[in-house]
Design a protein around this ligand. Structure first.
Ligand SMILES: Nc1ncnc2c1ncn2[C@@H]1O[C@H](COP(=O)(O)OP(=O)(O)OP(=O)(O)O)[C@@H](O)[C@H]1O
Ligand SMILES: O=P(O)(O)OC[C@H]1O[C@H](OP(=O)(O)OP(=O)(O)O)[C@H](O)[C@@H]1O
Length: 215
């Protein structure tokens, strides 16, 4: 039996990596057919047999790109990526999984300087935040291991995701300012939202059923 009543095929972009397992578990709870191929293969395009559904597996930062261009109708992605990538997509639901927070962190004895430098994987989020605070900073883009920067003098602060706080602690850094909470979101392509409204509504409705407190 087809998943959607009117046979509208829906392509869902899923984020590989850290939130993948939690996202797959969420799909299962919502009643979507999750095949072994999705969970355990190197395939990047995974059609679900007998259902009008197809998954694509993407790097988290690329999920909004696939959705904006319409090669995926909907996508599952962290709010951090949405804030950083600023893609033209609809944000439909907060799935309330993938909890973490975006923080400014630094050495415990951090003090303002005349030429502040901030290292981050999230240059847009960082620039926006400090602009809103009325602070002029130089933002240095890194691709990971950002905690290194204050330790070895590349920057005096970082903007990064904190979850357990273990990475900061083990590198002698402390949380200085809270920027925002991050969770995983369901996003939709603008045209798909209109042209495949039944299928998109159907999936959003199924997701809504399993979001705590949203029934
Ligand atoms: N502790 C955490 N650190 C980083 N991301 C987290 C954390 N907890 C949840 N997330 C979510 O997971 C997503 C990042 O996943 P992942 O680290 O696999 O992607 P990535 O940044 O592309 O990885 P990498 O560049 O290290 O391969 C983020 O978008 C965020 O929403
Ligand atoms: O508070 P914690 O639970 O320690 O998690 C936070 C760390 O996890 C992420 O890094 P990731 O492992 O994705 O590696 P990266 O530094 O290469 O981005 C993030 O950038 C922090 O460094």
């Amino acid at each position: 039996m087809a998943f959607f009543a009117n046979e509208q095929k829906l392509t869902i972009a899923m984020p590989k990596g850290r939130i993948f397992e939690e996202a797959v578990h969420f799909l299962q709870q919502a009643g979507l057919e999750v095949t072994a191929e999705l969970q355990d293969s190197r395939k990047l395009v995974i059609p679900v047999e007998n259902a009008s559904l197809e998954f694509i597996l993407a790097k988290p930062a690329d999920v909004p790109t696939y959705v904006e261009y319409g090669v995926a109708d909907v996508g599952v992605v962290g709010k951090d990526v949405l804030l950083e990538e600023e893609r033209d997509v609809y944000e439909l639901l907060d799935l309330q999984i993938g909890y973490c927070r975006m923080m400014v962190a630094g050495l415990p004895d951090w003090k303002p300087t005349d030429s502040p430098r901030v290292a981050t994987k999230y240059p847009k989020i960082a620039s926006r935040y400090f602009r809103e605070q009325g602070q002029q900073v130089e933002v240095i883009k890194l691709n990971g291991s950002v905690e290194l920067a204050p330790m070895i003098g590349l920057a005096d602060r970082i903007v990064d995701i904190v979850s357990t706080g273990r990475t900061l602690k083990e590198n002698g850094l402390v949380e200085l300012e809270h920027i925002c909470e991050i969770t995983t979101r369901l996003i939709a392509n603008r045209a798909s939202y209109r042209m495949k409204s039944e299928a998109v509504d159907d999936i959003a409705g199924k997701f809504l059923e399993v979001i705590p407190g949203r029934k």
